[in-house]
Design a protein around this ligand. Structure first.
Ligand SMILES: Nc1ncnc2c1ncn2[C@@H]1O[C@H](COP(=O)(O)OP(=O)(O)OP(=O)(O)O)[C@@H](O)[C@H]1O
Ligand SMILES: [Mg+2]
Length: 443
């Protein structure tokens, strides 16, 4: 024996020389060794396999043994190499344990899992959940390809998936569809991992069936869209109706009242019987008030100025009227807008301004109202700011508050024409409403 043997087994050279090879075995392995030696042909070098040896202090080691016949001091002998592979075997055992655990995990996983070859998607293994998902027993799945099973509604996607799995080693959150045999098309969310099975590139896939969730989302999305379309339609119709009523009021009723007033004035100037003087004067006064009311109503519905003189003039006129009503100090920074603004944006901007000003007048108890309107870099900007009591916008978003549609309506109107509204307000710090509308480059 060499020094390495002495070091490794713990026996001294002298001790070794008094021993047989049976004595470096664990006692229970001796009979196996005897059987082995019976068949052993010591005439050629050979690999004698993996054995367990025991050191002097009782430690078991795994060894790989090679024997080679030689002549030693004139006698036939066997030169034996024992390679200690305990550590290597330990690692193998650990790996086997991991494999075992993986298999348990795979089989009992609550989500469908499968192992397929990468290119062909030939099924090598599936778990119970996968069988359930496909509605087929494993015998009907294993050794078939996904094409043979008709699982892929769009086989062209397979190539892209294969190449990205190859590139990154895995794919997660892959949204795809699978055609379940004898069933519906299912939406699934899958994770694919590139693995090697017997030197072959394979895919380990796990997935969840999200068909019902997607369906619910689709329904929710479609009703959101319908609701949007409906409220847009309502706003459009309302706008058209308002314009029509404003015009009627102004052109028909306003004209009629003016005619009545002119006639009454004529009567008053003529020879009126003394008893009728007061009633005629009273009538002129009443007709005057009616004309004013019709004008105000018509103006609130839709100022003719918006169509005739444009947005800045209409904003100015409306704000002045409202501020004057409650004695608010008004600062107006309303620029002439050089470029043409689409009609629906003008209307939306005017309505936002109208709601913001009405709110300031109604709720703010402000001293001063500041309005800015300008076109900057293709954006029409409206700012309505008051220095009143303010409010906490966060408290308004509860669903039960369906009464206050003013602020919501502002946002909606702006959105329908591609704009946005931002409302900033804090208790006792006043309120600022900012609206932005796209009116194209060059503004
Ligand atoms: N400028 C403001 N200053 C103070 N509080 C305001 C201001 N604007 C809005 N608010 C508060 O926000 C609430 C919601 O405003 P919103 O315009 O949505 O509804 P409203 O004016 O009460 O009713 P309407 O639906 O007729 O507009 C108001 O009731 C008010 O309490
Ligand atoms: Mg309001």
């Amino acid at each position: 024996m060499n020094d390495a043997a002495v070091r490794h087994y713990g026996y001294s050279r002298d001790e070794f020389l008094r021993m047989t090879i049976k004595e470096i075995r664990p006692p229970e392995a001796v009979s196996a060794l005897e059987e082995f030696l019976e068949d052993f042909a010591p005439h050629r070098s050979s690999h004698a396999g993996l054995w367990q040896h025991q050191t002097k202090d009782g430690r078991l080691i795994d060894v790989e043994v090679y024997g080679q016949p030689i002549t030693y001091e004139g006698r036939p002998a066997l030169m034996v190499d024992a390679l200690d592979v305990t550590e290597r075997r330990g690692a193998t055992r650990a790996l086997e344990e991991v494999k075992e655990r993986f298999v348990t995990f795979f089989r009992s996983s609550p989500v469908p899992m499968a192992i397929t070859t990468l290119e062909e998607r030939r099924f090598l293994d599936v778990n119970e959940k996968y069988e359930e998902f496909l509605g087929l027993p494993r015998e009907a799945i294993l050794d078939r390809t996904s094409t043979e099973l008709g699982l892929l509604p769009d086989p062209r996607r397979r190539a892209t998936i294969v190449s990205s799995v190859r590139e990154q080693g895995f794919l997660s959150d892959l949204q795809t569809q699978l055609q379940v045999p004898n069933g519906k098309l299912r939406d699934v969310l899958a994770t694919l991992q590139l693995i090697e099975v017997d030197g072959q590139e394979c895919l380990l896939g796990a997935m969840i069936d999200v068909t019902d969730r997607m369906e619910a989302e689709r329904i929710a999305e479609s009703s959101r869209r319908q609701l949007r379309a409906l409220s847009r339609r309502v706003l459009e119709v309302q706008e058209r109706e308002r314009a029509r009523i404003a015009r009627e009021l102004h052109d028909q009723i306003g004209q009629a009242l003016t005619a009545v007033k002119i006639s009454l004035e004529a009567v008053r100037r003529g020879p009126v019987p003394a008893g009728l003087r007061a009633p005629v004067a009273e009538s002129v006064h009443l007709v005057d008030r009616a004309i004013q009311q019709v004008r105000t109503l018509s103006f609130d519905l839709r100022p003719a100025m918006l169509d005739d003189l444009g947005l800045p003039a209409a904003v100015g006129a409306y704000a002045k009227r409202q501020a004057a009503k409650v004695g608010l100090e008004l600062q107006l920074d309303v620029e002439r807008i050089e470029r043409s603004v689409p009609k629906e944006i003008e209307t939306a901007c005017f309505r936002v301004m109208q709601e913001a000003v009405t709110n300031a007048v109604r709720h703010a108890e402000a001293a001063c109202l500041h309005i800015t309107l300008q076109a900057v870099n293709g954006t029409l900007e409206l700012v309505v700011r008051d220095d009143g009591r303010g409010f906490d916008p966060a408290t308004l978003h509860g669903e039960e508050r369906d009464a206050d549609l003013g602020l919501v309506g502002m946002q909606e109107r702006a959105q329908f024409v591609g704009g946005t509204v931002r409302i900033e307000s804090r208790p006792n710090r006043g309120t600022e409403v900012r609206a932005y509308f796209p009116i194209g480059a060059g503004g």
